[in-house]
Write a protein that binds this ligand. Structure first.
Ligand code: ADP
Length: 314
């Protein structure tokens, strides 16, 4: 996960919640706040320091259990950068040149640095260091995962079986959450509803969701209404049906938004409380990161030993 600013509803349902569910089922899982990756698009030390701490607070508040799950900053495990360099010596230029996300980022105005170009190599290192068998990602990350596999295979062909080639698990069931204007919710579009922070900001965002111009008591179509599309994410199938009926029976958009706001606060209330506690205890949060880095380094060190022996650096 990139430390790139306030967590929003799209991040929660699209990434955090499915990851929480997977880590609850897994024997072991590792999560990294990828601050080295963030350097490719953020050159502001004050903000980066803040964002990476905030990202850790967000994940802990959302329910990641640091005793069961390893969670830390990527840069605290130097083996990520070390392995990335070694992998970059086998990663074909042609493979990297085909990366869609690089082109998209440059088009968006991010400076075309060597780090941005080799971003997928660092991501391959993140995965291969831990002998990951399965990497669950959204559809947008498929190409990066294919590149990780290609790089691992290239390395193994050159130096013998050393790295575990991971399987890609595309999470089709993960929703694309719409933003307050109906486009995909994204920080880049300024259409987000935050999970943490001031209640008044959340309320303003929800009350500002775009709707059509139907009158207060007119029947509404839940399928095309962003307020409903967001509200249903929180509800069981039966609850969704009941709410959809209310829309068809002329629930006003104002009342629909108030209902959504009520649900939002009910569901996120406990997390928001925990978040406030963690914000007041930065020492604990940083201790979690240090402990996570120690545990991750123990794994990473074993892989690096294998890799270094394989290439002749040991
Ligand atoms: P943003 O677009 O706001 O910058 P990121 O690119 O940092 O968000 O996304 C972080 C994670 O959240 C990714 O796994 C991404 O797939 C997921 N995510 C972001 N926005 C949405 C959305 N609107 N719907 C579903 N998942 C999302």
């Amino acid at each position: 996960m990139q430390p790139s600013g306030a967590l929003h509803l799209g991040n929660y349902f699209g990434s955090m919640k499915p990851n929480l569910e997977l880590s609850a089922k897994a024997d072991e899982s590792l999560f990294f706040i990828v601050d080295l990756h963030a350097l490719t698009s953020l050159q502001n030390p004050v903000l980066l320091r803040q964002y990476r701490h905030d990202a850790l607070v967000d994940y802990l508040a959302a329910g990641f259990d640091p005793k069961k799950t390893i969670i830390c900053y990527q840069s605290d495990v130097p083996a990520h950068a070390e392995l990335a360099w070694i992998l970059s010596t086998v990663a074909p230029m042609g493979l990297l040149e085909r990366a869609v996300s690089y082109k998209e980022k440059v088009e968006k105005g991010i400076a075309a640095s060597a780090g941005l170009f080799t971003y997928p190599v660092l991501m391959a290192a993140d995965i291969l260091l831990y002998d990951a068998n399965v990497v669950p990602v959204g559809r947008d990350q498929r190409q990066h995962l294919e590149m990780t596999r290609d790089i691992a295979i290239k390395f193994n062909n050159a130096y013998g079986e050393t790295l575990t080639v991971p399987e890609v698990m595309i999470r089709e069931d993960v929703a694309v959450v719409p933003g307050t204007d109906g486009q995909k919710m994204s920080k880049s579009y300024g259409n987000t509803i935050p999970i943490f922070g001031d209640e008044s900001v959340i309320k303003k965002a929800i009350m500002g969701i775009k709707t059509d111009s139907k009158g207060a008591t007119d029947p509404k179509n839940p399928e095309t209404c962003v307020v409903y599309q967001l509200h249903r994410l929180f509800l069981s199938v039966a609850e969704q049906k009941a709410l959809a009926n209310d829309y068809r029976n002329g629930l006003s958009y104002g009342d629909a938004k108030k209902k959504l706001f009520g649900t939002y606060m009910d569901v996120f209330g406990p997390m928001r409380k925990k978040h406030a506690q963690l914000e007041n205890d930065p020492t604990f949060v940083e201790e979690v990161a240090r402990d996570g880095a120690k545990r991750a380094s123990a794994y990473a060190g074993k892989t690096m030993e294998r890799v270094k022996k394989a290439v002749g650096l040991q």
